[in-house]
Design a protein around this ligand. Structure first.
Ligand code: FES
Length: 121
């Protein structure tokens, strides 16, 4: 059975995502379904492919739980890799120096538009 088509971009109102909150979505990039997530970190919006570079799992054990308890970083629930929310760089855990795959985020007024990465995700 074929997967339903996903859009190549996804959008949401910026006002719907307060600092420390996140949202998940699925894009169709290069004919593959790619799960991503968008975070509001201190008023800046950043989106990444939901795949940990350590072992390739999704980051959120509980759906849409990406932030550390103090809200300062992103964390992979599988083995505890800790990432900077604004760059996706891993700074602690099993894969320091590795990075999440970023997704482009464009803001138009109150609308945040997330689209596929240029390179293969
Ligand atoms: S898979 Fe994310 S820390 Fe191991």
């Amino acid at each position: 059975m074929e997967e339903p088509a996903s859009p190549t971009s996804w959008s949401c109102p910026a006002s719907s995502l307060a600092p420390g909150q996140s949202a998940k979505f699925t894009l169709r990039c290069a004919d593959r379904a790619v799960e991503g997530f968008l975070v509001n970190h201190d008023g800046g919006f950043y989106a990444y492919v939901n795949r940990c570079p350590h072992a390739g799992t999704t980051l959120d054990w509980w759906p849409n739980e990406f932030f550390t308890e103090d809200g300062g970083h992103l964390i992979c629930a599988t083995h505890g890799a800790v990432y900077l929310p604004d760059t996706g760089l891993c700074i602690a855990g099993p894969c320091p120096g590795a990075s999440l795959t970023p997704l482009a985020v464009v803001r138009q007024g109150d609308t945040l538009l997330v689209s596929c990465p240029r390179a293969e995700p």
